[in-house]
Each structure stands twice: as C-alpha cells, then as structure tokens.
Design a protein around this ligand. Sequence first.
Ligand code: BGC
Length: 712
Amino acid sequence: MSPIDALLQIMTLEEKLGQLNMATGDHAVTGPGLADDLTEGVRAGRIGSILNLWGAEKIAALQKIAVKESRLGIPLLVGFDVLHGQRTIFPIPLGEAAAFDSSLWERTARAAAVEAAQDGIALTFAPMLDIARDPRWGRIAESAGEDPYVASRFAEAKVQGFQAASLADAGSVAATAKHFCAYGAAFAGLDYGPVDMSERLLHEVYLPPFAAAIGAGCAAIMPSYNELCGVPMTIHAPLLQGFLRERHGFDGVIVSDYRAIPELLEHGVAADLAEAAALALVAGVDIDMVGKAYLESLPVALARGLVTIEAIDAAVRRVLRLKDRLGLFEDPGRRGSVRTEAVAEVEARKALAREAARRSIVLLTNDNVIPLASDLRRIALVGPLADAPAEMRGPWYAAGDPAGPIGIREGLAAALPGCEIACARGVGISDGDTSGIAAALEACAGADLVVLALGEAAAMSGEAACRADPGLPGRQEDLARAVLDLGKPVVALISSGRPLTIPLIVERASAVVATWFLGAEAGHAIAEVLTGRFAPVGRLPVTWPRHVGQVPIFYAARPSGRPADSDNQYSSKYLDMPTEPQFWFGHGLSYTRFTLSSPRAGATVIRPGESIPVMVDVTNAGPRAGEETVFLFARDVVASVARPVRELVGFSRIALSPGETGTVTFSLDAASLCCLGPDLEPRLEPGDFVLFVGQSADPARLLAIPLRAIAG
Ligand code: BGC
C-alpha cells in the first residue's frame, strides 16, 4: 500500500474534508469574505491549504502547527496569485505577451517561482490562459491576448518556468492553469457573466491553451466562475472530467475559484450547499477555495447519497499526491528556507525585469520623433501617469512593494541627465478636475518636446475591473487636446491593462507607445526605448480597436460571403467607421525598416504527419540595428467548415544590422493545418492552403505561399 493510501485509511471524514478545504489568509484580498482563524483550523486538521498568505516565517509557523500539532501531521499547501512576479514585478501578462518570446516568458516565471518559493509559497494560481478578445473585460490584462497559438506557447513557457525540472525543487512552485474555460468570452465583456458559444469555437480557440498546459505537465487547473451554456464551469463534468481528465489525461488537482462552490446557489443550479458541494465534487473539483462548502456540507451530501466516500477519497488522494510531488511531506520547510540571497541574484532578477519591460513596449506610431534627439534641452513630461510609480505594478502585483517600481519621471531623469524635465500631472487618472491643465501647459511652454503620459490606473484592469468604454478615463482627453493644440512634437505613452480606444491620440500625436504596466523597471525601460538605447521590439498580442463598437475584434475571423467593399452597399461594413482595427494583431514598429522577400516552402505538398520548412528573407533596410518578428499564418482555402481568414501557426524573431539580410525559417507541422471535423476531431483535409508570412496580421502586407495538402 502506498503511503498516501495508508494515510487515507486512518483519516476521519473531517480530516479528509480538511484536505479539500482551502482557507484564506489576509495578506491579500482577492474576493469577499473574512480571513479564517488559520491557527485553530490547521491544528484541528480542518484546513489543508491556504491562499493569500506569504512570508517565510509566517508560513513556517503554520506549517509547524500542521506537522507537529495536528493529529496526522499533514503539511499545508500554500497558494498565491503570482501572475507577473512575486516581489520583483514583471510586465503584466498582456504586456509580456507582446514580446513574443517563449524564452523570456519562461525566465520570468522561473524568477517569480524562486521568489514565491522563498516566501513559502508552493502553488501559484497562474498562468492565466483565457483567450481575450474584448478589451472591456478587465482580465484581458492577465492574459496572453486573443490568439490560441500564442496562449498555448505562453502556457508551456509559464508552466515550465514555474515548475522547472522537478516540482520538489526548493525553487519550484506548482502552476495552475486558469480559468477553465471561456471566461474571457462573457457577454459584453462583463466579468463573471455568462458565456454561450459553439462547441466548435470552444474547441478551436478556448480549449487549446489548456491542452498545452497539460502537455507541459501543469500540476493544477482552476475552473472559471462563468457558466457555459447554462452550466457553471465549477460543475461542468463533460469538460472537467471528459476533456481534462479523460481526453488529456490530466491527473493533477482541480481547485475551485474563490467561493465558486457556494456561488452555485446564485447561479441557480443548486438548492443548498450540500447540493452545490456534491455537484462540484462529482464534476471533479478537488479543492474548495474559501467556500467551506466541502468542509461543512459534504457530510450532509454523503448522508443524502449525493456523493460517495470513494469520490471524496479520490479528491483527497490527488491533493496529497500534489503535496508529495512538491516534496512537502519530505521537508515541509524547504520553501522559505532561503533567508538571504546573494546580491547578484537579486540584481539578476532586476535586470530580467528591465529586459522583460523593454521587450514588452510596443511602438504604435512614430513620425520620426523618437528616438529622441540627443540635443534636447528641455522636455515637458505631462499627464497623470508621468510620476505614478505604484501604478506601474499593474493589477495582481503579489508582494510587489508599491514604492518599488521606477516611474516614468524617474526613468527619464536618469536617462537624460543633461535635459531639464518639467513635470506636471495636468489631470487625475479618472476624476473630473481640469484645474491642473493650465499648469501643464505652462510646463510645456519652453519645452522642445512633450511626453504625454496617459492611461489607466492599475486597478482599472484585472479582476472585476471592466470598462464599458475602454477609452482614456476622466478628463485625460481634454488634457491631451490642449497639449496637442500647442503644436509641439508630442510622444504619447499609454499605460494600460488593455488596448485603449484613442483615435484622437493616434491621429495627432507624433508618436504613440503602448507601455502597458511594465512592473519594477518600467521607467528605465521606457527611457531606454525613448532615447534609442534599445530599439522597440514588441508586437501587439491583441487587435487594437478604434472604437468600442467594433468589439469583439480579432484577426482570425471567419470570412463573410460579402466582405467589406466600399463600392458595394451590400457588404459587411459599418456606416460610421472603418471595419479595420486601429492596429492589427502583430503590429509594432521598430527604429529601422524591415522588408520581407522570397517567401517559400520546402515542399509544395504536405501529408498528415509531415512537417516542412517555410522560409522568408528579411532585410534590415533602415539605418539602425533592430529585431523583427515574423508571423506565419495559414488559411485552408476550401474546407468542409469555413476556416478563419488567417490562423497563426508560428512566430519567430530575427536580429539584423543595417543592410543585413537573414532568413527566418519555420517548421510547419501538418497538424497545425488541421481543422476540426463535424465530430470536432482534428483532421487534415486534402486541398489547397495558403500560407502567409508577414510583420502583422494586416492582410495588405502579407506574402502568400501556396501549399497543397494531400491524403497520407
Ligand atoms: C480569481 C482567481 C484567483 C483567486 C484567488 C479569484 O477571485 O478569479 O483568478 O486565483 O481569486 O485569489
């Protein structure tokens, strides 16, 4: 008998349910409800895991109670949301996704895991893998954007980074792929709202990142709050059992979202807590986060015959197995044991935060005003984000110190010692007070150039932070208009957790830069890009709309029988604005100019199981060194089911000196050309495909390569 089975044999029902009960600490508030009396609960064996608590000493003290004072001595599992760094804060995931760099994604997760583990944490509720195509939804900030291929690569990189070679390592934390699934498709972008979508869309777009996470060995999965076609994900047996466990062989832990089990009563699918608990357990949820429904109501459900003790045992076994894989039985204190670290390691993480931040910045437009001229003597730095270091953390800043991040003002001042920087806020981020605009204009008076630092507060994206109008909040547009009217060169920096609808700024500013929330090194990274010490490389992982009325907007739409045509009244278009986005998925400028030529494939046909090389030459035709990201899209021209106009099947980067030409080579698997048949099983349909290579999803700038799929 395995040690875990032996343990199960001597556990009381209450001790078993204790292992399925996750209580909350009070180091972070991530939902409603009061923090529990952890000490008593742990001692009594009623709490098997804890969230929202960090700090080596505190966790060690509780761990000691669990191990030494509870009857069975089972160690605790401590979890925390480490979305983009624990103490060293990296860019928000949407920003980091813009780097299109799997190695970077993995390295920042690794660094975050090391710090989280030092703080005693063994489980993180990340990566967040929801496809997000609606910028009204605040949690787009936590996502890798709109595309399932990108989110799948992000999933693999993050899981590898968090979990490293072995979960038992003192510097590893178990990853939780969340939120399973379709959470980002809530009607009207409203968080926690219902979702209704076709099985096809679900399987083509929303599920693949979770399959990728499982493939990478992800230890845990969290069902989302939303209901899907009437069934809350917390009790969605066909997806939790059928898709995750049976189809993809997921044998890790499923942890509910915060109070999601009692909330089944609000959903109207359970009459009381016992029913709610039974439905969740039977569907496959092992841990009840903060709901206390398992602890208090599974005994009732058991008595009513709604659940079996075998189902409870199976869940307990999975939880104990995770604790075992994390090395907690062997040495409950291995995480949190590093008290002091070599300065070099701390510095290395800071350098990584700078690298991640600079690579996440996306240059949206540039009228040759940046990099800034070296002879600038006076700059006005104006706007509510100009000197707002704490905001740079963005949402979900874990244990990040509010005083930690480098703000824009500090970064620019350090990078431009010979330049006078006149700073003025002008207006607040979201209030209605315009009385500071006059002083801001005064600050601009003697300036050679204005840097306009606009955008959102960190708390305006993330959970429960939806915006019906994702434009510039408050009176920032008034400030922007007044500054732009001065006729000086204006560089607009947009700090935000989502693409903002800013047509005025795009039209009138000399340069627009998406700076998301870049974390600890934000100001330095922005300064590096503005001064040209680093040439921007970021590309949009999400389509940037002109207006909220275009939402949801994404590049991989299915074709219409009547595509937009300005000469044809009866075509798919708006009367009041273009159908094209403000910026396409993949858009992002550099300080040089790249041209693509000679697109080609290693074969003209492809069979199931094969993979072929696809190449394109890239020339740096501009004056400076730079890096280009090249995207590979595919289109199945005629299929049994209409295919999207383009689907991403690869991305790659190349660094080139001025005048240099290099070749980007993709390896294209036949599997990535598969579509889902009527049975939703993948199949390669023989016939014509077109591959496209390009610098973004903008159809006007893609180079086509014909390819034919033939039966094997
Ligand atoms: C969020 C999750 C998070 C959990 C624990 C919930 O409200 O939806 O993403 O992991 O809280 O903090």
